[in-house]
Design a protein around this ligand. Structure first.
Ligand code: ADP
Length: 250
């Protein structure tokens, strides 16, 4: 049987009468980079919350590397960064990194840490400050640093680029491509279609509780007979027939 990094099987998520995810099915191969896009409220964070068992499913099933997502073991190969990340305010950046690396059973290697800080363009002196003094972008960067140092197989990020300055964003994208070459997997929500185009093997467009498209950015552009991903996305979410237009999965 094929082992997927992530597998959603007819996942439905409902908050009272609000059907956020109606019947979501998709599979992600190990080594793939997947961008999850959709309008505000489309259910991107809900998909991530369901995946990580932060929110219960109304029905359906999820597996991570073949393990049912409600089992703790299913999360052993992944690391997650939420959209609004703030480490415990009383720790210094360095203490936070030490603590999180300890949880990942990884030694704190000053050289490794400094090179990740350079990628994220975070001043090394910031590590000595308590995180309550950090800006939103700095908190995001220290969270990303902890994830990138974790040596995990699968990175789950909810809008990782939000709050990052252009230099850090450009560096991070290059770094992620290097992780891709090493066979790592990435599943992230974003509003930045350029990033999806640059990084992703496939894009999931979520709309009206369903997956409207799941395929490569190039396939998306071709399917909608337009010139770029932004136009394709607009066409895709403009299709309000309720019929999924994805030919790959559903
Ligand atoms: P996105 O991440 O795409 O902006 P979300 O997944 O955050 O969208 O939200 C999708 C929908 O689910 C929204 O209508 C939101 O109001 C609703 N929702 C999310 N979390 C809850 C919750 N805990 N209780 C009730 N409704 C929720």
């Amino acid at each position: 049987m094929r082992l997927y990094a992530i597998e959603f099987d007819s996942v439905r998520k409902q908050y009272r009468e609000n059907i956020v995810l109606s019947r979501i099915s998709f599979q992600i191969e190990p080594g793939e980079f997947i961008g999850l896009v959709g309008v505000n409220g489309a259910g991107k964070t809900t998909i991530i919350k369901c995946l990580l068992d932060f929110a219960g499913l109304t029905s359906g099933a999820i597996k991570i590397y073949g393990v049912t997502h409600t089992e703790t073991d299913s999360r052993s190969k992944l690391v997650f960064l939420p959209e609004k990340f703030m480490p415990p305010y009383y720790l210094t950046g360095k203490d936070f990194l030490k603590y999180s690396l300890e949880l990942h059973k990884i030694n704190y290697d000053e050289h490794e840490v400094n090179s990740i800080l350079d990628v994220l363009d975070l001043d090394r002196n910031a590590l000595l400050k308590p995180v309550r003094q950090y800006s939103k972008g700095m908190a995001q960067k220290i969270g990303l640093a902890s994830c990138l140092l974790s040596e995990k197989e699968l990175f789950i990020f909810d809008e990782p680029m939000s709050g990052l300055d252009p230099k850090a964003r450009a560096n991070l994208k290059q770094y992620l491509l290097m992780l891709k070459d090493k066979g790592k997997s990435l599943f992230f929500s974003t509003h930045l279609l350029d990033d999806v185009n640059f990084l992703c093997d496939r894009i999931i467009i979520l709309h009206g509780g369903d997956i409207r498209f799941f395929g490569s950015p190039a396939e998306c552009i071709k399917q909608y007979k337009v010139d770029n991903l932004e136009q394709a996305y607009m066409q895709c979410i403009g299709n309000n027939t309720g019929e999924p237009v994805n030919s790959t999965v559903i």
